[in-house]
Design a protein around this ligand. Sequence first.
Ligand code: IPD
Ligand code: CA
Ligand code: CA
Length: 271
Amino acid sequence: MTDALHRELLQLAQEAARRAGELLRDGRPADLAVARTKSSPIDVVTEMDIAAEKLITDLISGRRPDDGFLGEEGASVEGTSGVRWVIDPLDGTVNYLYGLPTWAVSVAAERDGETVVGVVAAPMRGETYHAVRGGGAWATGAWAGERALACRPAPPLDQALVSTGFNYVAGVRAHQAGIAGRLIPLLRDIRRGGSAAVDLCDVACGRLDGYYERGLHAWDFAAGDLIAREAGALTGGRPGERPSGELTVAGTPGVFEPLQRLLEDFGAWHD
Ligand code: IPD
Ligand code: CA
Ligand code: CA
């Protein structure tokens, strides 16, 4: 029963992410503008973020009317089935606004509070990543068919390629830049891709050794966190905690622990 339910949730998440990704890829207006701002003047929402979330919630609620929703653009439904969908309809909005390719649709399904299905579609890469709890992590793409994901063997920390992100609030960004400045001499290098969901999937794919960020929301990491864990990565927040708004850390085993320890020592979870 559980497996059949998880299969149904996966298929629905894949369909929703694929259709929203096509809408975003094919429907991006040439003169795309900012519709409104949120936490700061640089925290932007476009009409396409809103349209993509509506497509996803309409599709899923049409098929499963008793499920709950948490979506970045306002979807908030309690639900009665024990299943809740956690959705970032467009992760990497600033990249999307500028026409940069690193953005994704992130759709996760939680069952009784635990993420059981995660799908991240990255249309400009032609790749979609997915995982079902206990079933491994997978990528599907036009060029490579379907392949199992596995994170990289750990290098020494000073050869680790680690990605991060910066919050939209100026004071938080300034502190984050200070942490990155202390880390960079200790690592191979730092990347700032612009989509937390893609960063987590890149850890899963072995394209990054680690990733960390403070200030994420559940919709940013729900799907990518499951995909990274199912690919063999370790994920967490502060030591002993699950990923949260305070801190999200992911890494191949051997990079995760020292990275998490440094972030704790540097106070990466607060100003
Ligand atoms: C943002 C991206 C970015 C991260 C920010 C997120 P959005 O999501 O994931 O990489 O650094 O913290 O808010 O606003 O593009 O959905
Ligand atoms: Ca996001
Ligand atoms: Ca978003």
